[in-house]
Design a protein around this ligand. Structure first.
Ligand code: AMP
Ligand code: MG
Length: 423
């Protein structure tokens, strides 16, 4: 690929033309062309883990609901604390967590109190039990305590009426804990996204069947299944579709009738048996189909009726790379998630020399290792062919090599995008 061809991409006016888009441009266009589902459902809080909040949460109560002690100790009135020497306080009883001392504190008294115990009316300060001299029902308290110490105010975590979380937040373990702390049993979330996928190719066999001459096992439906599972979407596996115009068309129509998004693999080149692109043009709208990247150059994006369509290349590594770079951020947006997709990059010193052709963005597979706090090294995960799926299995990151870059020598710093736990 010549450099001047890359540079003319932004002016790619005719979207059906065989022009090359940059990775960033393709990502932006795809994100721009998808929107969040609008339907919602109400779920018990635990079932809402990993789902996306559909409305803002405003606290119906103060958390904690009562002013309480942060320590095991003695609740007193600050004004009764001695400026010097030791003062003896009569101790009328104990405020346990969940079993409060219901009487108001009298001047000069110290009520024993446990962590989480409700502060008796009139008391405003807690002296830790390690700092008193207890003698029967009397406690001796010395000087040097701060008024208000060791007390947790009602509502200091969350005040009644305070916004807690906003729509678009994917609920974490902490979030469902916060919802429970507010006493909420149910929460409204966006409905689950439905994603249909199928593989195309006459050469594909399902696992468990013997291979005939020239046949291979269909692995793309497994990697896609795994990557979709991580996104907590509803998965519609449509199997393998043979390379026949009518069958591909039928599969497109079926998928569009039931799914929000459709993902296919294979059949997006211009080979004799590559019908994905022409079928998308016939049944829907096609946005573009070539990106200046390796692996994964031919990628089709578009719409069929209301469904978003991603036609990924057939090569197994290309499927995973294009899914991570284009499909995953788009699906996250479609689920209503307004947070970041969670991918980040770090700089790492490469311990392998990397071969690269100029003019295209490369996503090489690497093994990232931390060598010291904030310092990383990366090595190549081996042969980088787009059909070598083992390189993905051994890798934990992509080594991002931008179009201008050529050969990278051992010891040079490269940008790396970890994908562990994201794919
Ligand atoms: P295609 O884009 O259909 O020309 O496919 C490109 C390459 O990927 C070919 O070598 C295919 O055999 C291979 N391929 C396509 N689909 C799959 C699949 N589902 N599993 C494994 N390899 C595949
Ligand atoms: Mg094919």
């Amino acid at each position: 690929m010549q450099k001047n061809e890359i540079e003319k991409q932004p002016g790619c006016e005719d979207e059906l033309n065989e022009c090359l888009l940059t990775v960033a441009e393709a990502q932006a266009r795809i994100l721009d062309a998808v929107s969040a589902v609008s339907a919602t459902e109400t779920l018990p809080v635990r079932e809402a883990l990993e789902r996306v909040l559909a409305g803002d949460i405003v606290s119906p109560i103060d958390v904690p609901s009562h002013t309480n002690s942060a320590m095991d100790g003695y609740a007193v009135r600050a004004e009764d604390l001695p400026a010097d020497g030791v003062r003896e306080f009569p101790m009328p009883g104990t405020s346990w967590a969940g079993r409060p001392w219901l009487a108001a504190i009298e001047p000069g008294q110290a009520v024993q109190i446990m962590t989480g115990g409700m502060m008796p009316e009139g008391a405003d300060t807690v002296v830790m039990q390690e700092h008193v001299e207890r003698d029967g029902d009397t406690v001796g308290i010395g000087a040097g305590h701060k008024p208000g110490q060791n007390v947790r105010a009602a509502g200091e975590d969350v005040a009644r009426g305070q916004p807690v979380s906003t729509a678009g937040k994917r609920l974490t373990s902490a979030d469902i804990g916060v919802l429970a702390s507010l006493g909420l049993a149910e929460v409204r979330v966006y409905r689950r996204l439905k994603v249909a996928f199928f593989s195309t190719g006459d050469e594909l066999r399902a696992v468990g069947q013997p291979l005939g001459p020239g046949e291979i096992y269909d692995s793309n439906r497994y990697t896609l299944y795994g990557m979709l599972k991580k996104l907590d979407v509803e998965i519609i596996d449509m199997g393998v579709v043979r390379d026949r115009r009518e069958l591909i068309e039928q599969a497109f129509n079926d998928a569009a009738a039931s799914a929000d998004a459709i993902i296919t693999s294979g059949g997006v080149s211009v080979g004799e048996a590559d019908f994905v692109k022409e079928t998308l043009e016939k049944l829907g709208r096609m946005s573009f189909w070539k990106i200046a990247m390796k692996p994964g150059r031919p990628v089709t994006f578009g719409h069929i009726k209301d469904a978003v369509f991603f036609g990924l290349p057939g090569n197994p590594v290309s499927v995973m790379v294009t899914f991570f770079q284009f499909v995953r951020p788009a699906l996250l947006k479609m689920t209503g998630d307004s947070g970041s997709p969670g991918a980040y990059t770090v700089h790492a010193r490469t311990t392998s020399a990397l071969r690269k052709r100029p003019g295209r963005y490369e996503f090489q597979r690497g093994v990232l290792q931390q060598t010291a706090p904030g310092e990383f090294s990366v090595r190549s995960a081996g042969a980088q062919g787009s059909g070598i799926l083992r390189s993905m299995s051994e890798a934990n990151c992509f080594i991002l090599l931008d179009p201008d870059r050529t050969r990278v020598e051992t010891g040079e710093v490269v940008e790396v995008q970890p994908f562990q736990n994201l794919l």
